[in-house]
Design a protein around this ligand. Structure first.
Ligand code: 5GP
Length: 122
C-alpha cells in the first residue's frame, strides 16, 4: 500500500510552527519534544522533519543524511533526558491501524523514568 502523507497532521503543524511544543532537541532533519499526554515520567517523541508516515516509509525513502540524523538525534535525546545509561527506556513506534498510530507522521516514543511493564497486553 502506498504511503500517503497528510500535511495537515498535528506534527506537520508543529514543524511549521503553527502549534507550540516543548523542544528537547532540534537538528537539521529531526525534532524531539515532550509528549503532550505523557505515559511515563519521561515521554519524548523524536520525529523526522520530512514527510514520512511510518518507520518503514522513512527507512525505505528517506535520504541517508535524514536516516543518520534521526538516529543520532534519538541517541542524543536518550542521553539528554538521562535514560541512555543505567536504568534504560522503551522505544516504540506505532504504524497504521494495527499499530494504532494516532499521528500519521513518523515518530519514535522514548519512555522511561519507571519500569515500563510488559511489552504488550495479551
Ligand atoms: P502515536 O499513537 O501516533 O504513536 O502517538 C502520538 C502521540 O502524540 C501520543 O502519545 C500523543 O499524546 C502525542 N500528541 C498528540 N498531539 C500532540 C501535540 O499536539 N503535542 C505533543 N507534544 N504531543 C502530541
Amino acid at each position: 500500500m502506498p504511503h500517503i502523507y497528510d500535511p495537515q497532521n498535528i506534527f506537520a503543524r508543529i514543524l511549521r510552527g503553527e502549534i507550540p511544543n516543548k523542544t528537547v532537541l532540534e537538528t537539521k532533519h529531526s525534532l524531539a519534544f515532550h509528549d503532550i499526554n505523557p505515559a511515563a515520567p519521561v515521554h519524548v517523541l523524536v520525529i523526522c522533519k520530512g514527510p514520512y508516515v511510518t518507520y518503514d516509509h522513512f527507512a525505505a525513502e528517506a535520504s541517508a543524511a535524514e536516516i543518520v540524523d534521526f538516529h543520532r538525534a534519538f541517541a542524543q535525546v536518550c542521553a539528554q533526558v538521562g535514560v541512555a545509561a543505567g536504568q534504560g527506556y522503551r522505544a516504540i513506534t506505532n504504524a497504521g491501524a494495527h499499530g494504532m498510530q494516532e499521528v500519521p507522521h513518523f515518530h519514535m516514543h522514548i519512555l522511561g523514568g519507571q519500569v515500563m511493564g510488559p511489552l504488550i497486553q495479551r
